[in-house]
Structure formats: C-alpha cells, structure tokens
Design a protein around this ligand. Structure first.
Ligand SMILES: [Zn+2]
Ligand SMILES: [Zn+2]
Length: 225
C-alpha cells in the first residue's frame, strides 16, 4: 500500500494519500491546509485520485477539500451526522480566527458499505464522541483484515479526542475507542488526525485516558454488583 502523510501549520493536522501500488488508484483522507503538499505527493507518486474520504468535518480536516475537488473533481465522502459541522466550516474557521473557504457540497454520505481503490478496500466504522459523525476508515487489501486505521481525532498516540466541541460526548467517545477501535486488532496501525502513528495494542496497554476509563468502569461494576 502506498501511504504518504503531510501536515502544516497552524493545526498540524495529518492529511493522507493512500494508494494501490499496482493500479495507482488512490484516495485522499482529510485534505486540510496541507492540500498543496498532498497534490504534490499525488503527482510525485503518479497515482490517480478516486475519492476524498473525510474522517469528520472539523474545520482543520476540510479546508483543503475545495482544492482537491478543483484538481480532480472526485466525490467527497462524509458521515451524514457531521453535515452540520461541514456546512458551518466558515463559522468554525472564524471561531479559531481563520478565514476559511466553504468546502464544496458533500457528494456521498457513508452508508457503511466498503469503498474500493485498486486492490484495496476501506471499511467504514462509525466512531462518534469527538463529534457526531466521526468515522474510522479501516484500510487493507480487499478480502483481508485491514490493518491501517485512519481514525481522525477519535484516538491519538497517548491521548484521546476532545469532547468539549459541539456534539462531543465523553462516554460515547470512550465506547467508540474501547468497543469499536479496540476490536480491529492489536496489530492495527492507527493513523491519527494529529501527531504520530501508534497501534491499537499500544494504546490498549498504555493510553492513560483509556486505562482510567476502563478502571473507573471496573470499579463501578464492582459497586453495582
Ligand atoms: Zn476534530
Ligand atoms: Zn483535528
């Protein structure tokens, strides 16, 4: 699998080019302010972009959608529960003090059926909590268990997504992490929306927010019984 990541100031939000080494078909995940760098990577890699796949619609993850759409005119995918955020991209930018271009309309709402590029397949898992329409894009060879997880801002190396923004909910986020993401295999590589990669196994064993949540849940369980 071809995989390139780019991130630029001010958000240092990771944008990805993911491609099939045989067919050169590719997808772009979460194009933000680093869209030009992603378009450069697409040219250098000599891949053909098929889709823009969004993990969620916070402004840092969508500011480059317009540029990618202009370059390739490919469908943009989003979870319907994040449309209210996507539609408010300009207002979200203003909240952070940035002037943002309204991204073009969403073309496809994830219906949870697999998305294909070349020999690869993306399975879409709904992982709300950081925002209502957050998804995990589980990517791997078609027919095999995908071991690359594009998780947006749900889970980070040693941290978790914030839940104080509109539509965020702590308990919902922790269930998405411990019940959805943690079921996808300890060896699965997590590609977060910010910061370095990690693995499911490492976060299970060492993520302090996860360990605290699980310990609290266990204690409650003991008190309840
Ligand atoms: Zn976010
Ligand atoms: Zn983000």
């Amino acid at each position: 699998m071809i995989l390139q990541v780019r991130a630029v100031a001010p958000f240092y939000k990771n944008g990805f080019v993911v491609g099939c080494e045989r067919t050169r078909e590719a997808v772009i995940v979460d194009p933000g302010d680093e869209a030009d760098e992603l378009l450069g990577a697409v040219r250098d890699l000599d891949v053909r972009v098929q889709y823009v796949l969004l993990t969620h619609a916070h402004v840092d993850h969508v500011t480059g959608v317009a540029a990618v759409k202009e370059a390739y005119d490919v469908p943009v995918y989003l979870h319907a529960d994040d449309l209210f955020l996507y539609d408010a991209a300009v207002e979200q930018g203003a909240m952070f003090g940035f002037r943002v271009r309204q991204p073009p309309p969403v073309d496809v709402f994830y219906d949870m059926s697999p998305i294909h590029f070349g020999d690869y397949e993306v399975l879409v898992h709904h992982t709300p909590g950081h925002c209502p329409g957050g998804v995990c894009l589980q990517t791997g060879r078609t027919g095999e268990r995908g071991t690359h997880l594009f998780v947006g801002d749900t889970l980070f190396a040693g941290s978790i997504g914030r839940t104080d923004l509109p539509g965020g909910a702590y308990d919902v986020l922790m269930r998405s992490i411990t019940e959805v993401l943690f079921s996808l295999g300890d060896d699965a590589v997590v590609h977060p929306g910010h910061g370095p990669d990690t693995t499911i196994g490492r976060e299970k064993a060492t993520n302090p927010f996860v360990l605290e949540y699980l310990a609290t849940k266990r204690n409650h369980g003991i008190q309840d019984s």
